[in-house]
Design a protein around this ligand. Structure first.
Ligand code: NAP
Length: 541
């Protein structure tokens, strides 16, 4: 007869991986519950995204006052944002302020690079193995490892041979990088490259941008926040967060319920002009609802934005190279720009379309394309991330009966609510694939998940439950629902991280259903129902 499993006492009840926005909030909640918890962070300080990404121009694309945590009135009352879209140094100061205010730092262990996590079903504990050989056991393993935290480099010959400095934007050095007078190459024109290019065009000697496919970018319209504006924002915080709660993306911008064809052409052009002049994601998320769903509506709006690019770029041949031809506006993440198109009007900025003249190799002195050799002092790779699942693939998670997460997810993630995976009991993904936090203004999404998960943790701790795992049925239904939510959207046809594509990673050349497109309100509703039904879909034992 098989012996009854006996829960052994682990070193810690809860271990959170990652001290970014998500992990820190979960830490705060668990400490308030009186739980035994520690955070393992691979960096040497807090901040996650805002710790690593230090490239010039890095800033929020969310309105600053919608990005901060909403859980503490005191925090809201004392923190002043200085810009509508706050820059990285200020964001990192904010995270540190939160950590100090809520006395979180003593509960965080730095330079802890988790390499392997193995579930022991007999004793109901996870054993965590760090890169430096240390181990730690815990009952509950909570991942807050980021969705864009596994940077990917191109696979180009000669990359190690370049004699000057070269790095991915995610690894932009902490020390100041000398740009004045330098010949700089930037490879990649996603949201990161576009921020960087706009910021450094006027600082460097020569800037050469290597563009594979152009993106549809839109003006951010950043501006300082005056003391009077900050006072007004502070007085309206409740209203602002309520508004974010009611939009699909957790932003202050929600879709206009009208369809393009319902609005006379003159009126819709005037509406689009207003959107183009509005700060932030209004142009993407506040547009007519069919722009992201219907080919004809999308084509008409894309033509409107293409004309804006033509107006802003003086060389008509260059303008055409900057206008995407293979996808419509907004079906990939819209990079928000500050002077991006105008950068190409400068004499010191050059565009190389590597669709026409591919990069052949990196040389000791620069980059060789099929057309010619270029010499550089610095090469920056703004080539994106092995998004969402990359950070998970970087850790060897071993579940019941030796199931390995990276194998189990080879063709795409399988999850229940984006929170748990069958075969991986007691592991909770606080910002996991297929949860709404990934497709939402991040802090709004993670507050939802962390609040809900904390309720579940309280429930199981109070009842002495030692094991939580989703049923395979619940997982299959959720994964099918996630896939279904892609069907009405044009983004399903685009090759971007929303659909799991990355040319730099073996096997990531077909669609994988990474994000939840059903909207934050629907996701919250679903979570609430699951809890009300006694955590339906989870096996608690
Ligand atoms: P990305 O959107 O994936 O863009 C990567 C860029 O590099 C693309 O232009 C891509 O070209 C190019 N590229 C990749 N591999 C290449 C190769 N082998 N050769 C040549 N070009 C290559 O990555 P990202 O710009 O880092 O942005 C990722 C996400 O981070 C964004 O979508 C956004 O969610 C987030 N982000 C947020 C903020 C913010 O909120 N403030 C700022 C920056 C980024 P193709 O298009 O042809 O693949």
């Amino acid at each position: 007869m098989k012996a009854e499993p006996r829960a052994r006492t682990p070193d810690r009840q809860f271990v959170i991986i990652g001290a970014g926005m998500c992990g820190l909030y979960q830490l705060h909640k668990l400490l308030r519950m009186g739980a035994d918890v520690t955070v393992l962070e691979r960096g040497d300080d807090v901040g996650g995204t805002w710790y690593w990404n230090r490239y010039p121009g890095c800033r929020f694309d969310s309105e600053s006052y919608t990005y901060g945590y909403s859980f503490s009135k005191e925090l809201l009352a004392e923190w002043d944002w200085t810009e509508h879209f706050s820059p990285q140094p200020e964001n990192l100061r904010y995270v540190n302020h939160v950590v100090d205010k809520f006395e979180l730092r003593p509960h965080i262990q730095f330079s802890c690079d988790l390499k392997r996590a193995v579930w022991d079903d007999e004793h109901r504990i996870w054993t965590l193995e760090l890169a430096d050989g240390r181990t730690l056991t815990c009952r509950y393993l909570l991942t807050a490892i980021g969705l864009l935290s596994a940077p990917t480099m191109p696979r180009l010959a000669g990359m190690d041979s370049f004699r000057g400095p070269s790095f991915h934007t995610y690894h932009w050095p902490k020390e100041p990088v000398e740009l004045a007078g330098k010949r700089v190459a930037v490879i990649g024109t996603g949201a990161t490259g576009v921020q960087l290019i706009g910021a450094i065009a006027g600082q460097v000697g020569e800037l050469t941008v290597f563009q594979r496919r152009p993106n549809w970018c839109a003006p951010l319209h950043n501006a300082p926040i005056s003391a009077a504006e900050m006072a007004s924002i502070r007085a309206r915080y409740a209203e602002i967060f309520k508004k974010c709660d009611n939009t699909p993306g957790g932003f202050i911008h929600g879709p206009d319920r009208r369809r393009v064809a319902e609005v006379p052409r003159g009126e819709r052009l005037a509406f689009w002009e207003r959107l183009y002049a509005t700060p932030g994601f209004a142009i993407w998320l506040g547009n007519f609802r069919d722009v992201l769903m219907d080919e004809a509506a999308n084509a008409e709006f894309s033509a409107f934005v293409a004309d804006k690019i033509r107006e802003r770029v003086t060389d008509p041949v260059l303008a055409e190279k900057l206008i995407p031809k293979d996808h419509g506006f907004g079906v990939q993440r819209v990079p928000m720009e500050t002077g991006y198109y105008e950068a190409y009007n400068r004499d010191n900025v050059h565009l190389v379309s590597i669709g026409e003249t591919p990069i052949e190799r990196i040389t000791p002195t620069g980059i060789r394309t099929s057309e010619r050799d270029y010499e550089f002092d610095l090469i920056v790779y703004a080539t994106g991330f092995d998004a969402v699942t990359g950070a998970f693939d970087g850790i060897d998670f071993v579940g019941t009966e030796g199931r390995r997460l990276r194998d189990y997810w080879r063709d795409g993630p399988l999850t229940y609510l984006g929170l748990q995976v069958a075969g991986f009991p007691n592991m909770f993904m606080l910002a996991g694939p297929q949860s709404a936090s990934l497709s939402t203004n991040f802090p709004r999404g993670i507050e939802t998940v962390v609040d809900w998960a904390s309720g579940l943790f309280e429930h199981v701790v109070q009842r002495g439950i030692h094991r939580v795992e989703p049923t395979p049925d619940a997982q299959a239904q959720w994964t099918a629902h996630v896939e279904e939510m892609y069907q009405g959207l044009l983004l399903r046809k685009a090759k971007s991280w929303f659909t799991g594509y990355n040319s730099n990673v073996e096997g990531h050349d077909k669609i994988r259903y990474m994000i939840y497109n059903g909207g934050a309100p629907r996701y919250r509703q679903r979570l609430a129902e699951v809890a009300q039904q006694g955590y339906a879909g989870f096996r608690l034992g």
